[in-house]
Design a protein around this ligand. Sequence first.
Ligand code: URP
Ligand code: ZN
Ligand code: ZN
Length: 460
Amino acid sequence: MSILIKNGRVVTVAEDTIADIYIEGETVVAVGKNLDYKADKVIDAAGMLVFPGGIDPHVHLSMPFMGTFSSDTYETGTRAALFGGTTTVIDFVLQTQGKSLKHALTDWQSRATGTALGDYSFHMAVTDFNEDTKAEIKQMVEEEGITSFKTFMAYKGALMIDDRQMVGLMKEVKKQGGMVTAHATNGDLIDFLVAKHRAEGKLSPLYHYLSQPEVSEAEASNRFAQLAHYTGCPAYIVHLTCEGALNAVRDMGKENYQVFAETCIQYLILDASLYEKDFEGAKWVMSPPLREKKDQDALWAGINQGLLQIVATDHCPFMWEQKLMGKDDFSKIPNGHPAIENRFELLYSEGVAKGKISLNKFVEVSSTNAAKIFGMFPRKGTIAVGGDADIVIFDPKAKHKLSAETHHMNVDYSGYEGWEVEGKVKTVLLRGKVAIDDNECKVEKGNGQFIKRKKVGNHF
Ligand code: URP
Ligand code: ZN
Ligand code: ZN
């Protein structure tokens, strides 16, 4: 099957030009003006923006967490991602303490294989670093194509590792050519504050927020960055939310070391006032929590200064009934919110359309940098000859409203109900196949492929 996309405004990190794209099978064969190929299908993209498919490197699909499972499966989650212009996601395999990495991987593979509609890859979350785990790192990198290793510096008693394990892991991951990533908040401080608030009978969602002050994230981000510098291990902070943590990343530059960092769409556009809505605030109970307006300003600046390379989602949806598990105690509300379908359009609308970021920066932080940092570039993350034909045709003039009534995520509310969005995903191609066209999904479950990733090198 061949496809010719005509006359779109093709935007990559380096280019912004009216051009045609010719695709054969799964691959881009030519990009240029007035291409003269006979194709099986011609798509007229005049007046449209044409972007590389979005990459969301932080999602949790069917994740066992806080006594339940996140409500999007690989089928519903990757379908929703495609509707929202995201063609590849990276999910987190969670090691069970006392069990092997391989054991967890097999579990995640059984949920994803034959189920996903969009392409996906895995990070490996190491929750129990010991001599046995250490021996598995090489196998993950060399054989499984899993080159990033997630750590939790919080969720004490469940997922958290201590600094001794962190240093051991960093040394081994560096040796094997991988990267360590962190949920960088101070688990002991948070644990202390959660216990204090519960003892005082302060049990509403607002106290989730007040149990994770900015210092809990700034301190852990600094500690993680310093340990990375000390070990020389490539490092990446997930879901960075606030000015203090951003400054920890910024300060590493003064020590001539780079720590990569992502923020998520919600931290750029939502703020902590939502926790004042009584239990409705549970919709936005996530960790770290939403922050202040001054943090939003810092994050937008951090994107433009290149300190934050990626805007992800940390998509981790729970049905309202699941959120009600914490009706009488904020510490029992499953942490997470849905955004996999909304990220690309919200970032365009709030970022590009409102003049906060350029079109090229949009492509960089929604797609290209994730492909580079996580070892999928240039196969993914750009529109270039030889790369996968993962392409979003985007109507910049179409205005619409976000709602749980129209979204495709398996969750019965929206964190962005009634939000007015400028710009809409029109057509999505995944590896040369039309996956979404005018609000219709054209691919079936099982269409998604697992993407093995390269070692971390100088590809950023
Ligand atoms: O609240 C969140 N972020 N839930 C998902 C797990 C994590 O910490 O990323
Ligand atoms: Zn996290
Ligand atoms: Zn997460």
